[in-house]
Design a protein around this ligand. Structure first.
Ligand code: NAD
Length: 481
């Protein structure tokens, strides 16, 4: 933010329908009395095609970094040519750790199978499989590392609870798959329980993601705020927006410690660009979240109510227009004018908006805890084209010194000792060596094992050390172990 008390918002009008919906949105914000300065930047297609492979120029970066608030219309990512997704770049570069997507149905005025739906998806935005650490390890096997961190999980979970508190919401549900991923998703669930205790007034619930997503698609009215790791959030938030019947009506915010970015969830819809038929509501909803973020919740409330009256009055853009039910088919600009004409009015059937306090999330400075870490052994990952694990075990015994081979798995399933010949095996073997000598630290023995592997022609493609932390095993067992 600049030094003056009035914030400056960086604004990108985007591509395709972007400029039309941005003009409509800004007209409504101005008429409602939104109080911020605007700095316009160009990002997206023109920037990509002028040679910025990430779709953003140095000047645009400067404005975004100076102002810290960003209202962004959708952009077009050119097909092919190795262009990087600007959204992922923005999210990661600016540390936008929380993605907030309210998914609300507006029945009976907008068609939906779920008239009672009012769910907010809070998606962790930076970690998990999106760390993008991938390797091909053998002829047959590629790997993507799933990283769940304590600091990253603490802040997203805290954000979910604070969001619920500020918006008067009653329940926060956590989706994980910790019955399978006991360490990664297990940590997310554990932190959800820990932080949840600080919010006694809010109901807490944990669900395994598969049944949770199924219930959300079937009975969304049983959910309120739902928090989850990145990949699940990516999938579930699209499903939730779609089933609310109103993808074109949904906005989202991307929140970081110092930066925040607001946008519609839809894309640049190039086939309807320039025709004045796009619905500006998704971007308008994002702009309402911006206003709440900067402490102008009353202006947001006024816009929400006027928008709801417009929808109740049957003044609809083409995407939600239903002949016989809607009253008037309007274009982008005319829809904005209709909302402006209704500023100050309150809806009769749709819920009336309440003012929202500015969300100020005090994320306690992360205090790193040094745990007692005890070395227990090492998993050697081996590229081997044979098929009989007994043969591999025979070769591996030659590596033993202060470690003893205790198990071989293939795709996580134990195949030695006492494996089943029915188990399908690839060329990627995880060979667990447990430390046997208690006197020495034993870790230098890993280097000895590696050297022996070279002389024995054993192709080690990766090692992963095994530790207990504070006496608790910090690694998974083999399936069937
Ligand atoms: P899209 O969301 O642009 O369009 C999907 C469908 O929804 C189309 O039929 C479109 O006409 C309709 N639609 C979307 N927004 C609408 C609105 N406001 N009013 C009325 N109808 C609307 O998705 P797409 O076609 O897969 O992608 C088009 C371009 O948008 C691609 O270049 C893609 O990379 C980009 N995109 C950008 C963002 C972003 O900037 N955040 C997000 C998604 C896609």
């Amino acid at each position: 933010m600049n030094n003056s008390s009035k914030p400056t918002v960086t604004i990108a009008r985007g591509d395709g329908i972007g400029p039309e919906i941005m003009d409509a949105t800004l007209a409504i914000l101005d008429a409602a009395g939104a109080d911020f300065k605007k700095e316009f930047v160009e990002i997206g297609e023109a920037s990509y095609l002028s040679g910025n492979s990430s779709g953003i120029s140095a000047e645009a970066w400067k404005a975004i970094r100076d102002n810290k608030l960003f209202l962004k219309a959708p952009i077009t990512t050119p097909q092919g040519g190795g262009y990087k997704s600007l959204n992922v770049t923005l999210r990661k570069t600016l540390g936008l750790f929380a993605n907030i997507r309210p998914c609300i149905s507006y029945a009976p005025f907008v068609r939906t199978k779920h008239p009672e739906m009012d769910v907010v998806i809070v998606r962790e935005n930076e970690e998990d499989l999106y760390a993008g650490i991938e390797h091909q390890q053998t002829d047959e096997v590629v790997q993507c590392l799933k990283l769940i961190t304590r600091p990253g999980t603490e802040r997203i979970v805290r954000y979910a609870f604070e969001f619920a508190k500020m918006h008067g919401r009653k329940k926060v549900t956590c989706f994980t798959k910790d019955n399978i991923m006991k360490h990664t998703d297990g940590l997310f669930h554990k932190i959800f329980k820990e932080i949840g205790e600080e919010y006694p007034e809010i109901e807490k619930e944990n669900m395994i993601i598969d049944i949770g997503a199924a219930r959300l698609a079937d009975t969304p009215e049983m959910f309120d705020v739902v928090v989850m790791p990145n990949l699940y959030g990516d999938v579930v938030s699209d499903i939730a927006a779609q089933i609310s019947g109103s993808v074109g009506l949904a906005g989202s915010s991307n929140i970081g410690e110092s930066f925040a970015m607001f946008e519609a969830i839809h894309g640049s819809a190039p086939t309807i660009a320039g025709k004045n038929i796009a619905n500006p509501s998704g971007l308008l909803k994002a702009a309402e979240m911006l206003l709440e973020h900067i402490g102008q919740g009353e202006v947001a409330q006024k816009i929400k109510n006027a928008w709801a009256v417009t929808i109740e009055d049957g003044i609809h853009t083409e995407d939600i227009f239903v002949a016989g039910k809607s009253r008037e088919l309007v274009g982008t600009k005319e829809f904005a004018e209709a909302v402006i004409a209704r500023l100050g009015q309150k809806p009769e059937r749709l819920p009336e908006a309440k003012p929202v306090e500015q969300i100020k999330i005090e994320i306690p400075k992360y205090a790193r805890v040094q745990r007692k870490k005890e070395y227990k052994g090492v998993d050697l990952f081996v590229h081997w084209s044979g098929s009989n694990p007994d043969e591999l075990a025979e070769k591996l015994h030659a590596l033993e010194g202060e470690h003893k081979l205790s198990m071989i798995t293939n795709r996580g399933v134990k195949v030695w000792p006492n494996g089943f010949e029915e188990t399908f095996c690839t060329d990627h073997w995880r060979c667990r060596f447990e430390r046997v000598g208690q006197e020495t630290e034993s870790r230098q023995d890993i280097a000895v094992m590696m050297a022996r592997a070279i002389t024995q022609d054993i192709d080690i493609i990766k090692t992963e050390n095994l530790f207990d932390f504070d006496g608790v095993r910090g690694y998974s067992l083999g399936q069937g172990q």
